[in-house]
Design a protein around this ligand. Structure first.
Ligand code: NAP
Ligand code: G4F
Length: 332
């Protein structure tokens, strides 16, 4: 039974990746912080081996690697909010950037043959230099988070080149699901639309509706992480859909799904605008398609409706009802 370690196992991607690795027959270990909410793992927690580690210090990482001897390590832990990174730039650097170096160095000390996946981000492209973005597109990050991810990306490349380690970086574009953290815009829209539909909210306050993102489904994207670590050679990959929509389109699609006119409910609030914005990112995932035979399955519309439906379902469950409200969503 191969052993895998996932840092940040209780996050959106960590929970989907853990399920995927269990399905593939792995002995799955994961790290979380002492205070972490483990709700996303609740339905399969008894199949996991959980360890408490904060990547901000991480003295225990070497001990853990020595004890469990993983074949693969997936580094998903990060301060992952772009917006929050302006409020906490030092903490973001400590976890999202230096946390990656802590982990790589521990792997180098314990067992250089461990295969390593780094969760890089399309935020690194920031003020994009070319469109669409490939593995060769130069970076121009626009947030403390983006800057920290550039460090994480290049320290991964550097360990690969310096120590001949199987270290890969997945440059993932935005990916969403009903498990998305509540502060991200898609989750906020889906939740608030469901609340408005059920009468418990009457407005949706947002910032920049013009920003464009290449949104995919998280369940599709974690499969690419695993494929990267099974390849013959370590390489970096852009993972995205190539299909771009603005925040306003996500809003419109979500309100359309519940039969409401978004213009009656959306309030633009300056407090949600960022000091510097990533206006548009567009993936060219050709390398992943050709090398890994990876492609996304879910469309933009399917993702929006899946997320709104899951929020409606939560509200109905809380009210003691059982029937799905609009459609029967099987994807989440
Ligand atoms: P997420 O749901 O926010 O999960 C992040 C995880 O990191 C959580 O488990 C969190 O634990 C953990 N974490 C935060 N600070 C930590 C610390 N000091 N020590 C140890 N763990 C810590 O994010 P996600 O959407 O699953 O994304 C997974 C990774 O992919 C992240 O690195 C993110 O930056 C990157 N990424 C995401 C996307 C996307 O669109 N989702 C795109 C590109 C890259 P707590 O619950 O305790 O906070
Ligand atoms: O949902 P967001 O916060 O995601 P963002 O900034 O694109 O970052 C996410 O994707 C990255 C991949 O490129 C990941 F690396 C990162 O970890 C994270 O998962 O914001 C999306 C857009 C932005 O342009 C933002 O300005 O939505 C805009 N927006 C408009 N109103 C808002 C809001 N974002 C948030 N979070 N909240 C709002 O009210």
């Amino acid at each position: 039974m191969p052993v895998a370690l996932i840092t940040g196992i209780n996050g959106q991607d960590g929970s989907y990746l853990a399920e995927e690795l269990l399905r593939l027959g792995y002995d799955v270990h994961g790290t979380h912080r002492p205070q972490s909410d483990l709700g996303l793992l609740s339905s399969f927690r008894d199949q996991l081996n959980l360890h408490q580690i904060d990547l901000g210090c991480g003295e225990e990482i070497e001990q853990l690697l020595t004890a469990i001897q993983p074949r693969e390590v997936y580094n998903l832990a990060a301060q992952s909010s772009v917006g929050k990174s302006w409020d906490e730039p030092v903490e973001t650097g400590n976890i999202t950037a230096i946390g990656t170096a802590r982990l790589l160095e521990a792997i180098r000390q314990v067992d250089k043959s461990i295969r390593f996946y780094q969760a890089s981000s399309s935020e690194m492209f920031g003020k994009v230099i070319e469109t669409p973005q490939t593995e060769l597109t130069p970076f121009w990050p626009r947030s403390p988070y983006g800057v920290a991810k550039v460090y994480g990306h290049f320290i991964t490349v550097n360990y690969r080149e310096s120590y001949d380690m199987f270290a890969c970086s997945g440059i993932l574009f935005n990916h969403e699901s009903p498990r998305r953290g509540s502060a991200f815009v898609t989750s906020k829209i889906a939740r608030t639309v469901a609340e408005i539909k059920s009468g418990s909210a009457n407005e949706l306050r947002l910032g920049n509706l013009q920003a464009k993102r290449d949104w995919g489904f998280a369940g599709d994207f974690v499969k690419a992480m695993w494929k990267m670590l099974q390849a013959d050679q370590p390489r970096d990959y852009v993972i995205g859909t190539g299909d771009v929509h603005c925040v306003g389109e996500f809003v419109e699609c979500a309100f359309d799904y519940v039969g409401l006119d978004w213009r009656k409910f959306v309030v633009i609030d300056p407090k949600f605008f960022r000091p510097a914005e990533v206006d548009v990112v567009t993936a060219d995932p050709t390398r992943a398609k050709e090398d890994l035979d990876w492609q996304p399955k879910y469309s933009f519309e399917q993702i929006v409706t899946m997320m709104v439906e899951a929020e409606l379902q939560k509200i109905q469950n809380a009210q003691g009802q059982t029937q799905p409200s609009v459609i029967n969503n099987k994807a989440a």
